[in-house]
Design a protein around this ligand. Sequence first.
Ligand code: G
Ligand code: MN
Length: 234
Amino acid sequence: QPQVDARSFEIVGFEVLARWQHPEHGLLGPQRFLSTASEMQMESQIDSMVFRKAITECSGVFSPDEAPRLSFNVSLPRIMDPELVTDAHRLHYPGVVSLELLETIFLEEESEEVMMRIDTLRDLGFDFQVDDFGSGRASIIALQRLAPDRLKIDGRLVSPIAESEAARQLVLSIIDIGKSLGVGVTAEGVETKDQAIFLSETYCDVLQGYYFSRPVPFSEIRTMVPTSWIRKSA
Ligand code: G
Ligand code: MN
C-alpha cells in the first residue's frame, strides 16, 4: 500500500502487507490468520516469507537511485529471530527498510534484551516505526528509550477528524508527541479528502489510506510510480 508525502501527495514509500490467497475463502487479510499463526508459533516464518519476497521483488523492479522506502510489520518473535540479521546482510535493498513495531511489543516487554536487539538491527541499517500509535498503552519513557524514526497514528484516531473538533484536537495532541520526540509522523487510515487536507496542514509528514490507494498486488505498483523509478531491465 502506497504512503504519500503529506504536502505533495506523491508516493514516498510502501507498506508491505501480507495476504493469503486461500483456495476456498479467497483473499484473506492478516486478521484472518495471524492469531492462529501466532498460536502455532509461525509468526516469524510468515514475517520472514513476506520480507524476502518483497525485498527480492522490489530490488528487481526499482532502480537503485530511486528505490522507495519499504515498511514491514514485524512481530516480536521476528525481531528476536537471528535470521533477520542474516536476511539483512544477504538481501540488499538500495532504499530505506523500515520495521513497524506495535506499541504493545516493546511496552509490555520491558525486556532490555528486546531494546538491545533493536539497537543491533538499527546498526544494520533498519529504521523503526511505532505502528498503531495511540491504540496500546503508550509509555512515553519507553518511547524515548526506543527512539523510533517515526510514529504511525492509528487509523481509528484519524477516521472521525472531519466530523469532530474534539477528534481533531486529539489527533493534533498525538501528532505533537511525535513533534516533541523529533520523529516523523505518518497518519494511517486516511479515507477522505477532508481528512487528507486537514492532516497535510499539521506536522504529520506522511499519509496512508484508501483515499490515496487501497493495498494493491505487487504487479500494479510499477504503474503507480514515476517511470524513472523503474529499472531499465525490469
Ligand atoms: O496494523 P497495521 O496498521 O499495519 O494495519 C494495516 C491494515 O490496515 C492493512 O491490512 C490495510 O489493508 C488496512 N488499511 C489500510 N488503509 C486503510 C484505510 O484507509 N482504512 C481502513 N479501514 N483500513 C485500511
Ligand atoms: Mn503497519
